[in-house]
Design a binder for this molecule. Structure first.
Ligand SMILES: *[C@@H]1O[C@H](CO)[C@@H](O)[C@H](O)[C@H]1NC(C)=O
Ligand SMILES: *[C@@H]1O[C@H](CO)[C@@H](O)[C@H](O)[C@H]1NC(C)=O
Length: 320
């Protein structure tokens, strides 16, 4: 019975965490505004006035984002892993081609969609809840190119030049743990704050992705999702398996379910084996204690033979 309860509790737990972390985009975010303003923490802000918002992609030869920044487009790059100053890239700059004439990223960094996906580590893969549709994936690629390559992004660095203190930045050579602890400061050179994004861009992103699944740990923030890496990757594995089985047809899906059931049975057998081993070990312990004259279950009747306590334990085990 206890084993059954344990199994139920385990199954229940898994269902609950899946529901919390991997959800449809339109179940996590209410709108394009909500997506832009929550998916990346406080990095972006939805700008209803299109002439004051940046776009994460463009087709013009010159970057329309320069005009949004004003008279003087930025002449330095300003973010972690960026070049020092923007410069042209070779013609074969395929993945992030809009920025080929003036870019803060080098070709090696953004060579392919995979390179972009890998650049922040496994915990920032946008398809951690299973495969993402092509039209949706484009937006994640665009965001990555925009962040890596657009010189205007550096203008919205959270710890900008005016406040940045390298003694507070664990990644900096000048980092001082004592100083950082005494000031309770933690700075970085990668984080953005409140960069205005065109409303139409956010709305298109939402429209392209609304039926795709995304990791929504702690209300849809990609960064908190990254923190919960292992749990979510396990969920993704299960969802990918389920998705694969379903797409191969009902029969296969049944086979898959049976496989999962077998997995659970195996787990149950492993648990009961462990419990049995523990029970035997405990029995041996009782016998030894009683042989030593210090029984764990002292008999109220002094006339009872010494092994009586262990005997009772064995009987109890046989009954249950
Ligand atoms: C949008 O922004 C532009 C440029 O700052 C400004 O001239 C225009 O009046 C704004 N439009 C609205 C509707 O606020
Ligand atoms: C999903 O499963 C397929 C094979 O069934 C595998 O090729 C693919 O890499 C998996 N994707 C993820 C994101 O785990």
């Amino acid at each position: 019975m206890a084993l059954l309860l344990l199994a139920l509790a385990t199954a229940e737990g898994r269902v609950t965490t899946t529901a919390q972390n991997c959800r449809r985009i339109d179940h996590i975010y209410a709108s394009g505004k909500d997506l832009c303003e929550r998916m990346w923490g406080s990095a972006f802000r939805y700008e209803a006035n299109e002439s004051q918002g940046y776009t994460m992609w463009f087709f013009d030869a010159s970057n329309p984002n320069d005009a949004v920044s004003g008279e003087q487009p930025p002449s330095s790059c300003n973010l972690q892993d960026h070049k020092d100053v923007p410069s042209p890239e070779p013609a074969l700059f395929a993945e992030c081609h809009p920025w080929r004439f003036k870019s803060c990223c080098s070709k090696a960094k953004v060579n392919s969609m995979d390179a972009l996906k890998q650049s922040f580590g496994a915990q920032f893969h946008w398809d951690r809840c299973g495969p993402v549709s092509q039209e949706c994936e484009r937006f994640f690629v665009q965001e990555a190119c925009f962040y890596e390559c657009d010189p205007n992004v550096g203008l919205y660095r959270k710890y900008h030049r005016g406040i940045y203190d390298p003694r507070c930045d664990a990644k900096s050579k000048a980092y001082s743990p004592m100083y950082a602890a005494s000031r309770l400061c933690s700075h970085n050179t990668w984080e953005l704050h409140q960069m205005p994004i065109k409303a139409s861009y956010c709305d298109s992103w939402y429209a392209a992705c609304h039926t795709d699944y995304f990791c929504a740990g702690d209300s849809g923030d990609f960064f908190s999702c990254a923190g919960a890496a292992t749990v979510i990757d396990e969920e993704a594995r299960i969802m990918n398996k389920t998705w694969g089985a379903m797409s191969r047809g009902i029969n296969r899906a049944e086979a898959f379910a049976q496989q999962e059931l077998q997995g659970m049975l195996k787990a149950l057998i492993a648990i009961s084996t462990t419990l049995a081993a523990l029970a035997i070990a405990f029995g041996c312990y009782l016998v030894r204690r009683e042989r030593q004259g210090t029984p764990v279950f002292a008999s109220p009747n002094a006339a009872e033979p010494r092994l009586m306590g262990a005997q009772r334990y064995v009987e109890f085990m046989e009954m249950s």
